[in-house]
Design a protein around this ligand. Structure first.
Ligand SMILES: CCS(=O)(=O)c1ccc(CC(=O)Nc2nc(-c3ccccc3)c(C(=O)c3ccccc3CC(C)C)s2)cc1
Length: 244
């Protein structure tokens, strides 16, 4: 009976994942070699720091919106109280965006999908946070080489969201129970795919995720100190609510 329950749980998580990614794997294959020209890269590099940050914040918020939709469809997340859903999204949505971003990474030319084409680290120069950009690329590369299937990615991202150690949770027990079910579903899938060794590699990636998100928040604080008005009036409200 447990098997069937796990099967049903992972099937519903995979369905939710498929319904809430902006780009399907087959679309990505077609886009793979669309890279920015030297002129286009130069145009991005000529943007001011605040212009480029604002541009990226809008793109990032688009991706986060899809993650919020995904979370709302995960069995076990839906049943949580409003406060706990927001607390999990506040601390987990960026982590899920970064995991999903790895499907939009091309390890052959070290580029990530951004604004409709694939971009290398040099395109983000005007953000003036090369350590964050290098860390995002490094993470995307390390996860991309694990070659997760969409099913493994879907259940892994549900596990990333259902983290009972997050701050400000009211019903930790309930999150823990939902997490245990998804954790069982993930190890069931990995063993069924004969990839049990992926389990500990994925948990290493989770440690990297936490420090990457902390770096993102640190850079955002630095940026907001320099450009308070840009953040206040030009950043998407959802970005400020989740990362502010
Ligand atoms: C995520 C769901 S998906 O369907 O796979 C998908 C859907 C859509 C896309 C397109 C997309 O929005 N790509 C972005 N790329 C980057 C980026 C930027 C610097 C290096 C590496 C990637 C974006 C960011 O703004 C970003 C992301 C992570 C950390 C930090 C930042 C910049 C900070 C300063 C806001 S948005 C990609 C993937």
């Amino acid at each position: 009976v447990l098997e069937r329950h796990e099967e049903e749980l992972s099937a519903s998580i995979v369905r939710s994942h498929r319904e809430t990614t902006q780009y399907r794997p087959e679309e990505l294959q077609a886009l793979r070699w669309k890279v920015f020209s030297r002129e286009e890269i130069h145009a991005y590099q000529s943007k001011s720091v605040d212009e480029m940050w604002q541009h990226c914040a809008v793109r990032l918020t688009d991706a986060v919106q899809y993650v919020v939709e995904f979370a709302k469809r995960i069995p076990g997340f839906r049943q949580l109280c409003q406060n706990d859903q927001i607390a999990l999204l506040k601390s987990g949505s960026m982590e899920v965006v970064l995991v999903r971003m790895s499907r939009m990474f091309n390890t052959e030319n070290n580029t990530v999908f951004f604004d409709g084409k694939f971009a290398g680290t040099e395109l983000f120069k005007s953000l003036a946070c090369s350590d964050l950009i290098a860390a995002v690329f490094e993470f995307a590369h390390n996860l991309c080489v694990l070659r997760l299937t969409e099913q493994q990615m879907a259940v892994f991202t549900a596990l990333v969201l259902l983290n009972a150690d997050r701050p400000c949770l009211e019903d930790r027990e309930r999150v823990q129970r939902a997490r245990r079910d998804v954790g069982l579903a993930l190890s069931h899938i990995l063993h069924r795919d004969n990839q049990g060794s992926l389990q500990h590699k994925l948990f290493q990636r989770v440690q990297e995720l936490e420090s990457l998100c902390a770096l993102h928040i640190e850079k955002l604080r630095w940026f907001r100190q320099l450009y308070p008005l840009t953040v206040h009036s030009l950043f998407p409200p959802l970005y400020k609510e989740l990362f502010g």
